[in-house]
Ligand binder design. Structure first.
Ligand code: UDP
Ligand code: GLC
Length: 538
């Protein structure tokens, strides 16, 4: 393609020169053309210039353009062609009776930008290749380098199919290290500063400013995606960028929906962007709970795309040794006999750590460990500071222990007497709830979203109204005062969690979605090929 583009470029350059210098054609040395011939075509001049420079831009792009750093290349090419255009105009102005024509310069500029964009699109369309591996090759995309619940789920999925997968992260961090440690090929394609600060609540202005960074990354993903059978977007930004990229590369897209798309979690603009992008770009949507699926559909998402698959967990065969648990308590400064509540998860207002602290004011002997850190936004970091201030209140002083983010969490669950989940908005799924159940601890969770699907009230845990510190305090007192009930709840919870959330079963379900999504497209391609063969034979 490049060879033809280069030949065409030579022809186009010659045509451009001819157009620019054509007034000389009216000179008496070419008698069969009328004198000052160009004057009759002044309007046409603009369109001819536009068209010529459009073709020139396309050809230049196809001959020398690459999607890597596409935008800087585009400005460079535009600048160069415009400079050439101006030089030609200056040359013309030295011809007697001929002034420099600004309209021609504009026409050249518009034409060449349009042409270069056409060149890019042609290049994108020409790179739809097949990969030809036995297992579907999957390109996973995730926006963060931190280890949130969605990333921990992806870590397990990608680890199980490391030979046939690659991960692209839009930010570096401990997630990359964790993926590489389990043998998953991982690369980081950073989003520009503007785009990486756009969060779930961002308004129009911030979204618009982020567009150049997003387009740049999108083009790089188009290039990467053509070596894979399926693109798998694991987060909201991964969908917004990976969705159109997968379409341009001609690859099917799976969107793993870990979020509840509704007010409180996303601004209206972001809700609409996500739904339209999923509807238009995704062949499958894996929702992590019935609640996330329902919110997706309520917001306008296509129901037929959705399948519900919960998170999966390794069922530990052994728990932490007593000596480790004892040392951990001592290290945190918790008296060995103190009744202790664990709340695990990132520090963020909607996760409701403040609700637990409020509830603990009326349980004077109880201690609490907050395991986790503010992972994603400045707002979360501010909230973390507020929690420290709240914990310094005289009624709580010395009883709230901030453990920070820990990679190994099992001993924290093992040292707790009860595990609390207190999200004030519906929790999409809630890994920490299942982890508490698997640890054989009684769990209290907020009655909403995925949490209310995981916990059966009074059977496998207790449910309380989201945001209600008094209900939470009552539930805590009940478990503290009735250890037999607490034990019975945790026994049933552990059994249920082992039955429903085993990682191997969940991985198999996800693998089946990957195979179906890939084969749907293969089927379409082979059907087209068959039809072509039949038509040729006929
Ligand atoms: N987690 C962790 N280290 C910490 C705190 C939390 O590894 O210090 C893990 C926790 O065990 C759980 C995940 O982070 O697996 C949080 O997932 P969840 O679904 O509860 O909430 P998310 O933060 O994803 O909304
Ligand atoms: C998201 C959700 C959380 C869920 C996790 C894994 O981070 O906020 O509720 O458990 O993804 O699906």
């Amino acid at each position: 393609m490049k060879r033809y583009a280069r030949i065409a470029l030579l022809i186009m350059l010659a045509a451009g020169l001819w157009l620019a210098l054509k007034p000389t054609l009216g000179s008496p040395r070419i008698p069969f053309l009328p004198f000052r011939w160009s004057e009759y075509f002044d309007l046409m001049d603009f369109w001819l210039n536009l068209g010529a420079f459009g073709i020139l831009g396309t050809t230049v792009w196809l001959a020398f353009g690459a999607l890597e750093k596409a935008f800087s290349r585009m400005w460079l090419m535009t600048g160069f062609i415009t400079l050439l255009n101006i030089l030609l105009e200056l040359m013309q102005s030295s011809i007697p009776g001929r002034a420099m024509d600004k309209a021609d310069v504009w026409a050249g500029l518009f034409g060449c930008v349009g042409g270069i964009v056409v060149g890019m699109v042609l290049q994108l369309l020409s790179i739809r290749k097949k990969t030809g591996h036995k297992e579907p090759q999957v390109l996973f995309l995730d926006q963060t380098g931190r280890l949130g619940g969605a990333e921990l789920m992806l870590l397990d999925i990608a680890a199980a199919r490391a030979a046939d997968s690659e991960v692209i992260l839009f930010q570096d961090g401990e997630f990359r290290t964790a993926l590489e440690n389990v043998g998953v090929k991982t690369s980081v394609l950073e989003l520009g500063d503007e785009a990486s600060t756009v969060d779930k609540q961002a308004g129009l202005k911030r979204v618009l400013r982020s567009i150049p960074g997003i387009l740049q990354l999108m083009l790089r993903i188009v290039q990467a995606a053509r070596s894979f059978d399926v693109v798998y977007a694991n987060t909201a930004k991964a969908l917004i960028i990976g969705g159109p990229a997968a379409r341009l590369a001609g690859r099917p897209l799976i969107f793993h929906l870990h979020d509840i798309i509704a007010d409180g979690h996303f601004s209206l603009l972001n809700q609409q962007a996500l739904i339209h992008c999923a509807n238009f770009c995704a062949q499958s949507v894996i929702a992590n709970s019935e609640a996330t699926k329902a919110a997706f559909i309520a917001c306008g998402g296509r129901a037929e795309l959705c399948v519900v698959i919960p998170n999966g967990f390794r069922i530990p065969t052994e728990r932490s040794p007593a000596s480790e648990v004892k040392a951990l308590r001592a290290g945190l400064g918790i008296p060995s006999d103190a009744w202790t509540v664990l709340m695990a998860g990132r520090l963020a207002h909607w996760k409701g750590q403040h609700v637990l602290l409020e509830a603990l004011k009326v349980l004077p002997a109880a201690h609490a460990v907050l395991l986790g850190d503010a992972l994603f936004t400045d707002e979360d970091r501010k909230y973390a500071q507020e929690l420290h201030t709240q914990a310094d209140a005289p009624e709580l002083a010395g009883r709230i222990h901030f453990a920070g983010f820990q990679k190994e969490t099992m001993a924290y669950f093992d040292m707790a007497d009860v595990v609390v989940h207190a999200s004030v908005y519906p929790e999409p799924f809630g890994r920490v709830i299942v982890e508490g159940m698997l640890a054989g601890k009684p769990v209290i969770a907020s009655r909403a979203g995925g949490a209310a699907e995981i916990v059966q009230h009074e059977e496998t845990g207790l449910l309380v109204d989201p945001g209600s510190a008094s209900e939470l305090a009552d539930a805590l007192k009940r478990l503290q005062g009735d250890s037999r009930f607490a034990m019975e709840l945790s026994r049933q919870a552990q059994q249920t969690a082992q039955d429903i959330y085993a990682l191997s079963a969940v991985q198999e379900k996800i693998e089946s979605v990957i195979r179906q999504t890939a084969s749907r497209v293969f089927r379409k391609e082979s059907e087209t090929a068959e039809t072509q063969t039949i038509q040729q034979a006929a």
